[in-house]
Write a protein that binds this ligand. Sequence first.
Ligand code: PHE
Length: 337
Amino acid sequence: MKETLKKIKETALLELQSPECDTEQLRVRFLGKKGELTAVLRGMGALSPEERPIFGQLANEVRAEIEAALNAKMKEKKERALSEQLNREKLDVTMPGMPIRMGHQHPLTRVQREMENIFIGMGFQIAEGPEVEYDYYNFKALNIPENHPARDTQDTFYITDNILLRSQTSPVQVRVMEKQNPPIRVISPGRVYRSDALDATHSPLFQQMEGLVVDKGITMSDLKGTLETFAKKLFGESTSIRFRPHHFPFTEPSAEVDVSCFACGGKGCRVCKGEGWIEILGAGMVHPFVLENCGIDPEVYSGFAFGMGIERVAMKHYGIDDIRLFYENDERFLKQF
Ligand code: PHE
């Protein structure tokens, strides 16, 4: 029995010296309830009463020695793991930093801000309105009754019979005129919706910017001067504009407005499709019915309004030929601005 104890001790201590030694496994194997040392202690029943205390003491000594060696080994392992970790996590503060990638404004936001700033410089304020709009504001108050053909070209998404996604920013005109007495000078940029299929030049969602001026004695020449100033500031001083007669139910007279092609100066090129002119907006004098609908006396006041697509301006401005590029969020595209 003495021999067995000695053997257990020697094996345990020897195995503990090995660098791969699994301390937990070793503890179970020698000191655990079903361990080798416990097995020896159980066998002590067979000993004479005189021998028992001697062996008991010896067994306890062996246990203590193994435990001490085990603890030392565990401590050493822990320390080694810590120092390895500290080594691994060493921080060299003199290394160059990791650059943080900075984003920038989306090209549409950029053009929108540029356009806004030009109008703010002319004394306009920015007005906003809801994208989910009543039929009344989007159509009826703008002199587009039910069954009017203008509803076909501005077909949109209906939430109920009289609530829809606005097809233009013109309803903001009505909301502003209802609340504010002239003089009024606002622009209202924002999202609009139409039930169009997505292709290179159409999108069911796009942005427009509306403009509205109402005061005493406002005439078509004020409209022309305002738009000409805007076009020169946005596209360059040599830009000129031209008005072509058109029809909008909420303006009378109405016009479509072109700017001379900023790419070729009017000679005709790819950008203007050989025309020399690029159509950018619709405009006109606010229809007396619309003023009346908003509680403004058309005998006293007059006004002009205009509206343009921000995507269209941005596409012409940057030479982009597909509207879908604005919404795909492909970095290869966005990085270019
Ligand atoms: N709302 C018109 C459209 O979307 C544009 C417009 C605005 C025309 C204001 C005249 C005056 O086509």
